[in-house]
Design a binder for this molecule. Structure first.
Ligand SMILES: *Cc1c(COP(=O)(O)O)cnc(C)c1O
Length: 426
């Protein structure tokens, strides 16, 4: 007899810390037992218990074309016939680099890596090597993967588990990281006044999406760009989440702000493990083998991963794709807003393109403190009601929802119906 999610989770907990290989999967924030997925197709996950769920997690962002997309699968199959890894340069890497340079406005040169974490880690080292400075600024609630100097007041799983500051990070590292509240121009000015000539870099998610979803205030990103230019600090956009998601060229294209370096991941791998760091050639050329900043990867530029990523990015060049995704995002936002009005419940639904978040709060969420203050109990009840009725939202109030091109109108209609009913039941 096939094992149930409950049985598998019992076994998993004996074998893996918390039963998972990435913390948020454990449902610690919302309570209950996580389900195990046996297969996924389009917008649907099928659990080992034979439940079918409309998925708004989309493997935490990458699946913009839905699960098990046939075009991506074919690209992987074709690459597979030629081999799984060469350890030499391969033609796919060129195609991938050309696509990234074409799509992402600020990128002149690129280095492929295997995860978003590697991309941000390398970005920080490169900025330090390039400027000869040590200090960096990050923002409370921004998550940049599990990099030592960036796991300070971080978002996503770190926040979900109530420890935005990880154990195991020496104070001496943490002292080089200045943490500021997001959307606070004055705090930014003060920090630059005090530390401007010591600042190697400022790193941020231009639309923070690991603390729910927060939009920058008008002019905020531009003021950051101006301050970095004035003080010779490297501006790093972490677009691991927003890259290829909010537009083909990410936030930098949507808001017309040019960072110096950009970290990419998630969508760029088409569902396989890929990340990338790109930016100005002058800075990128500080990387080995040209420059003094070391970085390497046994499987970097892996042909299967490149083939999947290339297929994923090429499909994003279809003309109306972002319009279609935006419309679906707006439909969900409208449905939730109407339900909030009908019930009188305080709900905020920030939405941009195919990303949205449902906060139980009176006021617009502008920073980490606002996000923490939103109603957790109400979110958790809402989450479980949706899940019980076949709609899988991210299992934490600090995560963003994603829509894919495989979410057909019927799936969106059905999901909106479930979400609206869940709100009415709160
Ligand atoms: C997911 C994410 C990362 C980390 O990427 P991994 O591939 O999980 O290492 C970094 N930054 C942002 C903004 C992310 O959303």
């Amino acid at each position: 007899m096939p094992s149930s999610s409950n049985d598998l989770f019992q076994r998993a907990q004996q074998l893996m810390p918390g039963g998972v290989n990435s913390p948020v999967r454990a449902f610690r924030s919302v309570g209950g037992t996580p389900f195990f997925t046996k297969k996924a197709r389009g917008a649907t996950l099928t659990t080992v218990d034979d439940r079918e769920l409309i998925d708004f997690v989309c493997t935490w962002g990458p699946a913009i074309h839905g699960h098990n997309n046939p075009v991506i699968r074919d690209a992987i199959a074709k690459a597979l016939e030629k081999g799984t890894s060469f350890g030499t340069p391969n033609p796919y890497e060129i195609e991938m680099a050309e696509l990234i340079v074409e799509l992402v406005p600020s990128v002149e040169k690129v280095r492929m890596v295997n995860s978003g974490t590697e991309a941000t880690m390398t970005a920080i080292r490169l900025a330090r090597g390039y400027t000869g400075r040590d200090k960096i600024i990050k923002f409370a609630g921004c998550y940049h993967g599990h990099v030592d100097s960036l796991l300070i007041k971080a978002g996503s799983g770190a926040l979900t588990l109530g420890n935005p500051d990880s154990a195991g990070i020496p104070d001496s590292f943490a002292q080089e990281t200045i943490v500021l509240p997001f959307n606070d121009s004055q705090a930014l000015e003060v920090a630059f006044q005090e530390f401007g000539d010591q600042l190697a870099a400022v790193i941020l998610e231009p639309y923070p999406a690991n603390v729910g979803l927060i939009m920058p205030k008008e002019g905020y990103l531009q003021s950051l760009r101006d301050l970095c230019s004035k003080h010779g600090s490297v501006l790093i956009f972490d677009e691991v989440m927003t890259g290829f998601r909010v537009s083909a060229g990410g936030v930098q294209q949507r808001d017309a702000i040019t960072p110096d370096l950009t970290a990419l991941g998630k969508i760029i791998g088409g569902g396989l493990p890929v990340g990338a760091l790109g930016g100005k050639a002058e800075i990128m050329d500080f990387l080995a083998p040209l420059g003094p900043v070391y970085q390497a990867g046994t499987l970097s530029g892996n042909p299967l991963a490149m083939a999947a990523g290339i297929a994923s990015l090429r499909m994003l060049q279809e003309s109306d794709i972002y319009d279609r995704l935006e419309k679906m995002g707006q439909q969900v936002q409208d449905a939730v807003t109407t339900a909030a009005q009908e019930t009188g419940l305080p709900i905020q639904v920030p939405q941009v393109a195919s990303m949205f978040c449902i906060y139980f709060a009176e006021e617009t969420v502008e920073n980490l403190d606002d996000a923490i203050a939103t109603d957790t109990d109400r979110f958790n009840k809402f989450f479980h009601t949706c899940l019980d009725n076949g709609v899988y939202l991210p299992p934490s109030k600090y995560e963003a929802n994603f829509i894919s091109t495989a979410h057909e109108q019927t799936a969106i209609d059905q999901a909106c119906d479930v979400i609206v009913k869940a709100i009415h039941g709160l």
